[in-house]
Design a protein around this ligand. Structure first.
Ligand code: SF4
Ligand code: SF4
Length: 343
């Protein structure tokens, strides 16, 4: 347990599945050698198989405090990076050249089952679920590492891998129930989301949060009573961890998705239970019922013109209010760092 804990709340009612966060993370952190198939941030369609494929059935984590066996995900389950025919298609002048992908026909990739979801038309449903490492309070990855290469920082609870100590045994990959650890075949080490440590240390929000056009991601410390995280997780109790049954105590929380009404054969709205509650319970635990009821009740209050602190936080009119203490502008910090370096 660390003295302080950074956390994120992701509002699933606002995510549009645009993958801006995914690209922001990719360009910031995983464009190096051996990282081609690495996505520290993913946004999958739910219900769906996710990344890696069927990760929810791969085990790991704890049960009644005891570590559980987990499966080592294969690279093909994350999705092999595709090769494209850029040279020929873009620069050869051959108008018939196609971009690809070239080589063997892929049969799986990250986000492969995008927008498929579940249910029968007109009552089909899906939503997007962004995921990063949860920087768990009880990290299964850390407990599984025989080298002590994984550690949790006391000052902010960020879980990191010391690659100088890592020998690539990959026990952490098996143990993490969220399958949020990747293996770099070039360096021979495990790598994962670092919660944008160099940014948050300078008071700048994570790249996935700042770049999000949907104002989906809130940031802050769990115990900061004036911040959005405390309000959503502890005060209003509407933000819930994903798969709490793995007992790692994740520090990424989700506002569960509401849904449009279901329709009868004549196209009349009949109820508001389009997303089966049992499915949501399987993701977020039984507390999801109260969370959804509370959000709906507050929404109704707002419709009647009454004040609602919860709705004000969720709507996030002022973008920077979403980021707790991480409101510094990257360009200002870059300037300060340059000045510091020049002495
Ligand atoms: S999500 Fe997985 S990799 Fe991240 S801290 Fe938890 S157990 Fe470790
Ligand atoms: S950038 Fe925001 S809206 Fe777009 S996929 Fe990511 S979390 Fe969702």
């Amino acid at each position: 347990m660390s003295s302080k804990q950074v956390a994120m709340v992701i509002d699933l009612n606002k995510c549009i599945g645009c993958q801006t966060c995914t690209v922001a993370c990719k360009t910031q952190w995983t464009s190096g050698e051996g990282q081609e198939g690495m996505w520290w941030n993913t946004v999958a369609t739910a219900p769906g198989k996710g990344t890696p494929k069927n990760w929810e059935n791969m085990g790991g984590g704890f049960r009644n405090g005891k570590a559980q066996p987990g499966k080592l995900p294969k690279q093909t389950e994350f999705g092999d990076p595709w090769e494209f025919n850029f040279e020929e298609a873009l620069f050869s002048g051959d108008q018939h050249a196609t971009l690809g992908p070239v080589g063997e026909e892929p049969d799986w990739g990250t986000n492969w089952d995008e927008d498929i979801g579940a249910g029968e038309y007109p009552n089909s449903y899906f939503f997007y679920i962004p995921r990063i490492c949860n920087h768990c309070t009880k990290p299964a990855c850390m407990e599984a590492c025989p080298r002590g290469a994984i550690f949790k920082r006391d000052e902010d609870g960020i879980v990191l891998i010391n690659e100088d100590h890592c020998r690539g045994f990959r026990f952490c990959q098996e143990a993490c129930p969220y399958k949020e650890i990747y293996y770099n075949t070039v360096s021979g080490t495990a790598q994962k989301c670092i919660f944008c440590l160099p940014r948050v240390e300078e008071g700048v929000a994570t790249a996935c949060s700042r770049q999000c056009p949907g104002r989906v991601r809130f940031l802050g410390f769990l115990d900061d009573k004036d911040g959005p995280i405390y309000k959503l997780v502890h005060e209003h109790k509407v933000a819930l961890p994903l798969h709490p049954e793995y007992e790692t105590q994740p520090n990424v929380f989700y506002i569960p998705p509401l849904a449009p009404p279901s329709f009868d054969d004549e196209g009349n709205p009949v109820d508001d239970k389009r997303i089966p509650i049992d499915y949501l319970i399987s993701l977020f635990g039984p507390e999801v019922r109260q969370s959804i009821e509370k959000i709906k009740a507050e929404r109704e209050k707002r419709k009647r013109g009454e004040p609602s602190e919860l709705m004000d936080v969720l709507i996030s009119r002022n973008w920077l209010d979403m980021f707790g203490p991480f409101t510094n502008q990257p360009q200002d910090v870059a300037k300060t760092l340059e000045e510091r370096a020049r002495g």
